[in-house]
Ligand binder design. Structure first.
Ligand SMILES: [Zn+2]
Length: 398
């Protein structure tokens, strides 16, 4: 199993300066390589390949020993490969008949990650193993940087990345051959309905996580955004305000991730079989298309109402949650089943009567046939569990 660990870095002041320089130089390299490709294409119609640029790198390093020469050759190659991938994607889209944007120059704040593709090559995880209590990662040109390792790292370390997020630095350690940690069987199964207001409703009537963190922080972000509008362009106060807003967004992201981890952990800890909706979140969040009304105008598409829902959906972070849940389920040896969510919200879990009118409001379910009433999402979760168990039985019988 492959998995990534993300830890907060605790660089010294000097190391933070070096990390910033490292990031800036990698960004400059990316931009220079992009410029090279653009001019070669514009002037001579030639495409420059990764191999050529990688060979040029040797000369660049030799000519700039105190600058580009300070960093790892491999992390610089990884940056050139990143550009190469951007071009490959550009040409693939072009070939598919679409009109993609040309790969862009990266401004400050648009280039946040440096990757070292192999542990031991310009970087070293756990670089001071003899240290009794703290963990370190050694990065070429930066030194041994202290890591806030809040959980043990298992498996074989493959790649190491450093990412800047607001004022913080993180290290992302990607490992191969991570052993699964099977949990004892509980004999229980659960269905979950992904919700807008909180994260999930379970078939046992529980609601897991999150009082919509973004909504809670939305006021603060909105007022910070208003303050930004009053700052003069190019001023120090404006730059600081931009950083403040980024930090607020980062905080929301962290809390959402934390909520998703906790909810997933609770499910994996309590149940052998977890059934969820097979949800193409991209379809749900796509902007509502306008329909021509046949008289030169457009019928109302409900776009405004839908974009409000889109916001809530993204806010609830279902995609992130399902990814975390599937990783945890795999690691713990749990079974995760995805079922088609069609009609699960309008079918009565008691008698099976399926009608749009059963669902009175977003939260309330009342069957028009048998009178059964329940929380709408819990009712849906029960239907989802049933559908999943039926799928499972059918698979076993086949
Ligand atoms: Zn009913």
């Amino acid at each position: 199993m492959r998995r990534s660990y993300k830890f907060l870095l605790r660089p010294t002041v000097g190391q933070a300066i070096a990390l910033t320089a490292c990031l800036n130089d990698h960004r400059a390299l990316y931009n220079a390589a992009l410029e090279h490709r653009r001019t070669a294409y514009a002037k001579a119609g030639v495409s420059v390949r990764y191999g050529e640029q990688s060979a040029d790198l040797k000369h660049i390093r030799a000519a700039d020993a105190g600058g580009q020469g300070r960093w790892s050759f491999s992390s610089q190659q990884a940056t050139l490969r990143r550009l190469d991938r951007a071009f490959a994607a550009f040409f693939a889209r072009l070939k598919a008949g679409r009109t993609p944007g040309f790969p862009r120059f990266k401004g400050t704040g648009r280039f946040d990650t440096v990757e070292w593709p192999r542990d031991g090559d310009g970087c070293r995880w756990d670089s001071q193993p003899e240290h009794p209590s703290a963990a370190y990662v050694r990065l070429q040109g930066v030194g041994h940087v202290r890591v806030h390792r809040h959980r043990p790292v298992r498996g074989v370390v493959k790649t190491i990345s450093v990412k800047r997020e607001g004022f913080r630095w993180h290290v992302i350690v990607s490992c191969d051959a991570v052993p699964a940690e099977a949990l004892p069987a509980t004999g229980a199964a659960v269905g979950i309905d992904l919700r807008v207001a909180s994260l999930v409703a379970t078939s046992h009537g529980g609601l897991l996580d999150n009082p919509r963190y973004l909504a809670a922080s939305a006021d603060r972000i909105a007022s910070a955004q208003r303050a930004l509008a009053r700052r003069k362009r190019g001023s120090t106060r404006r730059r600081k305000q931009v950083a403040r807003i980024a930090a607020l967004h980062a905080k929301v992201r962290r809390r959402r991730l934390d909520g998703a981890h906790k909810a997933a952990l609770a499910l994996v800890g309590g149940y052998d079989v977890i059934v969820c909706e097979d949800l193409r979140i991209t379809n749900m969040t796509r902007r509502a298309a306008s329909r021509p009304d046949g008289e030169g105008g457009y019928l109302p598409s409900g776009a405004a109402a839908k974009s409000g829902l889109n916001r809530s959906i993204l806010d609830a972070g279902w995609g992130v949650f399902l990814t975390i849940l599937s990783h945890k389920a795999e690691s713990a040896g749990r079974e995760l089943i995805a079922v088609n969510p069609a009609n699960t919200s309008r079918t009565c879990a008691c008698c099976g009567h399926c009608a749009k009118e059963n669902r009175r409001t977003q939260a309330e379910f009342a069957c028009t046939a048998c009178g059964h009433s329940a929380h709408a999402d819990v009712n849906a979760a029960i239907n989802i569990l049933r559908a999943g168990l039926a799928l499972r039985e059918a698979a076993e019988a086949a």
